[in-house]
Design a protein around this ligand. Sequence first.
Ligand SMILES: [Zn+2]
Length: 197
Amino acid sequence: MFEGVVQDLVDELGTLPGIGPKSAQRIAFHLLDRDEESVRRLADVLIEVKEKVRFCEICGGISETEICRICSDARRSNDIICVVEESKDVFAIERLREFRGRYHVLGGAIDPIGGVGPDDLRISELMQRIAKGETDEVILALDPNIEGEATSSYLARMLGAQDVKVTRLASGLPVGGDLDYADEMTLGRAFLGRRSI
Ligand SMILES: [Zn+2]
C-alpha cells in the first residue's frame, strides 16, 4: 500500500501482538511525525532490551543477570513454587504482594493446534526443581483458557507422582483471557483461595 521503508515499518509493526493493519499504519505515521531524537531513543531501547535481558537459568523468567532477583533473594524460598506461563505473569502475581515463594515460567502453554507440546515448555526443568525435595506446594497459576486448562491437567498428572501438594487458583478469573487481564483484587482472591487438586 505504501512504498519502500514506510511499508517495511508498517509490516514490522503489524507483526506485534494486538496491532492490526490500521494500528500499524497509525503508529508508523506517528513515528514519522516525531522528532529524530525521540525515535532514536525508542530504537535504542528496543536494541538494549534484547542485548541486556535474558532468561533466568532457574525459573526462566526475564532477568538482566544469570539468576534473577527473585531466585537469588535469600528471604524467599523454594517451599512454594508458583508455575506461570509467561514472565509477565510473574509481575502480575508480584503486584499482589502476597507470595513469598519462587516462580517457574513455562514459556507458554500446551496448544496442540498451535503446535506447542509439553516438550516445547520448561516442564522437565520444573520436574528437576521439584525432585530436589525442597518444595511442599506447587501452585498452578496458568491462564484461564483452554490451553491453560490443558497444561494444568498435564502438570497435575506429572506432579501426582511427586511428594508435593498441587494447588490451582480458585475460579473467578475472567475466562478465556490471560492471567494478567484480571484486576488485582480478583487475582488476589483467586490466589488466596487456591485449592488442592
Ligand atoms: Zn529466576
